[in-house]
Ligand binder design. Structure first.
Ligand code: ADP
Ligand code: ASP
Ligand code: MG
Length: 318
């Protein structure tokens, strides 16, 4: 089989217009003879909205019930896309996490995928159907619905790609790749064509939500290259794989008000860049509370709030 996994995030499926763009992309790849498995997030801000609605009802909603509620968001988008593809004359089927055979541990709201039974997916693919799976969810040993933590549809996608030994795993979003810093905050951010799993993991762990951290771990473990691209243009994206490029600073992440992380393989040996970063810190009279250095990351906690201007200055030297 020639399986391709495509994941579309919330902003890519926010309304009927964007669902049509997604459908076009899928049809294009299907017509080229690929077996297509699609993973979807909930539409737009649906998950936030459902969380707020639950909070209005109770300050202590049980995690099991929250999972039952939140998982509905992904089921709606999966069913809608399937309805649209069917209407366009394509054979598609939507599956919930449990119908797709995604088994997790019992940690509601932050479950870990334990196993994927691919029988149903393969069966539908053999019938030449486009298989659309609700992301972010699975089922535990008690047959209760679980969710994988915020942003977890990325993890569904890479785990499904690994289980199916897919040819490619594309993560489509509202940005056309992983940037040197959040492009919505810093205009000068540059796209990074390639990153190693280790670098991407550091970036995700520091809170850049562009990829869920567990999807990167799974990609690394099962050697699945992850390609991030935009739903809304055809520009080349970022490929995350086990190819390591040494000694380049790749990305800056601002985790919270006073912590930044600078990520890049072998960053510790890139003395010139480290010096420049330290100069900016002293010029701006920032007081350092904590300074952690590892092979791939420098993480600095400041006493002061680091505003985006300083982030921009540090960013400019990479
Ligand atoms: P999706 O809904 O498609 O899953 P997310 O909102 O979870 O998308 O992730 C994409 C967002 O991640 C972008 O809109 C961007 O603002 C943010 N982001 C943060 N850091 C980065 C980065 N280094 N590169 C690209 N995007 C980033
Ligand atoms: N819908 C979930 C969230 O907003 C999962 C995801 O989008 O990946 O966190
Ligand atoms: Mg996301």
């Amino acid at each position: 089989m020639n399986i391709i996994v495509l994941k579309f995030g919330g902003s890519s499926v926010a309304n009927n217009e964007s669902l049509k763009i997604v459908a076009d992309k899928i049809i294009n790849l299907y017509e080229k003879g690929n077996d297509i498995v699609v993973i979807l997030s909930a539409q737009g801000k649906t998950t936030d909205k459902l969380i707020n609605e639950a909070k209005e009802l109770s300050k202590c909603a049980e995690n099991r019930e929250l999972d039952a509620l939140l998982s509905a968001g992904e089921q709606i988008s999966a069913a809608k896309l399937s309805i649209l593809l069917n209407d366009l004359g394509y054979n598609a089927i939507s599956l919930t996490g449990w119908q797709a055979g995604i088994y997790t541990n019992n940690t509601n709201q932050n479950a870990i995928i334990k196993q994927i039974d691919t029988e149903r997916i393969i069966h539908e693919l053999k019938l030449k159907k486009i298989v659309i799976i609700a992301g972010f969810q699975g089922i535990n040993e008690n047959m209760d619905i679980t969710t994988l933590g915020r942003g977890g549809s990325d993890t569904t996608a890479v785990a499904i790609a690994a289980a199916l030994k897919a040819k490619d795993c594309y993560i489509f979003s509202d940005v056309d790749g992983v940037y040197t810093t959040d492009p919505k905050k810093i205009q000068e951010a540059k796209k990074i064509p390639a990153l190693s799993y280790e670098e991407m993991l550091e970036i995700s762990n520091e809170g850049a939500k562009v990829l869920h951290n567990r999807c990167v771990e799974i990609g690394e473990k099962f050697k699945i290259p992850i390609i991030t691209k935009s739903t809304f243009n055809n520009k080349p994206g970022t490929i995350i794989s086990d190819i390591i490029e040494e000694n380049t600073v790749k990305s800056i992440v601002k985790k919270d008000l006073s912590r930044i992380a600078i990520v890049g393989n072998g960053i510790i040996r890139n003395i010139d860049k480290v010096k420049e970063i330290l100069n900016i810190i002293s010029e701006n009279k920032l007081e350092i509370l904590e300074f952690n250095v590892s092979e791939n990351k420098i993480s600095i906690l400041f006493k002061n709030i680091v505003d985006d201007e300083i982030l921009e200055k540090i960013h400019s030297i990479i």
